[in-house]
Ligand binder design. Structure first.
Ligand SMILES: Cc1ncc(COP(=O)(O)O)c(C=O)c1O
Length: 373
């Protein structure tokens, strides 16, 4: 490892503290489901108990890949690779589609994965922004500057982490056009699709918007099943085949139980029930944040379109990581610091959790903000 290795600071901060504090509002999914909530059919329970804990089909159980493919217009199981979470789908996409020295363009603010990986793997990184003063709209000038004739890959997160914004059709089109002009691949990380706050319409995938799109999703966020560690990537069959070749070296495959349980979750009988549960958490949870913010003068919120997270601007002269470290140590509560998404002066607050839990976490954060002065 080189001395200029860029650590995944957000994930390391979460991994270090999330099991040690009392009120954790740092995650981005909704309250995880139990096995009992997920599997309610007696025959399904029997089948699961009798499952041999062998390796599954290495690129993903056929039934699961069929169920995933059915969620994407024009896709078949050959267009799907099942991965260890969206995080491995993203990682393997970068390895497959780019070489060291290649240019990649990444949306910012964003989950830190591509930003850090690109640097660690010797890719050349450009970023393009979302503008807060315009409701986190895409900055088209920055997109134009970030795109070079040599750009191999453009990555977006839609709905966005940390802002929760869903890109409107004209912005999607602008990104597709920018990628198509230079023949770049477009990777759409869509892990928050299904966690919409204002509509029951599942955010449409960018898969199919252009012939060089990879769409990534997982069971972790909108399905409330992060512990299954099941994600996937959907793309042209030949690229999916190449990604599988990398996966042979990285993980071989995911787990048998993860595949079986994910297939249950994505079945036509169970999936609507899970998404309704997720949206209940997102809608109820945000009301708690709204009430808390309305009673304060030092925070400003911009309501998210989707995801159980809100990117909150605070008016205190303290760095966001420093503030969060004090929150952990002095209040046993935890939110994610904005600087780890490329924007200091913000906190990402998770609210897809039971009301009492969210409210007490927010109360402690408010208490600390008062003390910081
Ligand atoms: C945008 C985004 N992509 C990927 C991931 C990783 O998710 P998974 O649990 O599916 O690996 C996260 C987790 O926070 C995320 O926010």
């Amino acid at each position: 490892m080189t001395t200029d290795f860029v650590p995944f600071q957000l994930e390391r901060l979460l991994s270090t503290w999330e099991r040690q504090i009392e009120y954790n509002l740092s995650e981005s999914g909704v309250h995880p489901m139990t096995m009992r909530e997920l599997v309610q059919d007696a025959a399904q329970i029997e089948a699961l108990v009798d499952t041999e804990l062998n390796y599954p089909q290495a690129n993903g159980d056929p039934l699961l890949r069929e169920r995933i493919a059915a969620l994407y217009k024009g896709a078949t199981a050959d267009n799907v690779l099942v991965t260890v979470g969206a995080i491995q789908a993203n990682f393997t996409s970068l390895l497959t589609l780019t070489d060291p020295g290649d240019d990649i363009a990444v949306m910012q603010p964003n989950y830190q994965q591509f930003w850090g990986l690109a640097q660690n793997l010797g890719r050349r990184l450009s970023t393009f922004g979302l503008k807060r003063e315009r409701g986190w709209a895409l900055d088209r000038d920055e997109l134009a500057t970030a795109m070079k004739p040599s750009t191999k890959l453009v990555t977006v997160v839609n709905p966005n982490n940390p802002t929760g914004r869903i890109m409107p059709a004209d912005e999607r089109e602008a990104i597709v056009t920018a990628a198509a002009q230079v023949g770049a691949w477009l990777l759409a990380d869509e892990v928050y699709a299904g966690a919409e706050r204002l509509t029951d319409e599942f955010t449409p995938s960018m898969y199919g918007d252009y012939d060089k799109v990879l769409a990534v999703n997982s069971m972790s966020k909108a399905y409330g099943l992060p512990g299954l560690r099941i994600g996937w990537v959907v793309g042209p069959a030949d690229v999916i085949e190449q990604m599988w070749a990398w996966q042979d070296y990285i993980t071989i495959c995911t787990t048998m139980l993860g595949n079986r349980l994910a297939a249950v979750a994505l079945s036509p009988e169970v999936r609507p029930r899970i998404l309704a549960r997720t949206r209940r958490y997102v809608r109820r949870g945000f009301e708690n944040v709204e009430r808390w913010a309305a009673a304060r003068t030092d925070v400003e919120i911009m309501p998210p379109d989707a995801a159980a997270i809100c990117f909150v601007k605070y008016r205190r002269k303290i760095n966001s990581t420093e503030l969060v470290m004090r929150l952990i140590r002095e209040k046993s509560a935890f939110v994610a610091p904005g600087d780890l998404f490329g924007l200091d002066g913000y906190l990402r607050i998770s609210f897809g959790l039971p009301d009492d839990y969210v409210n007490e976490g927010l109360r402690r954060l408010g208490e600390l903000l008062d003390e910081v002065g």
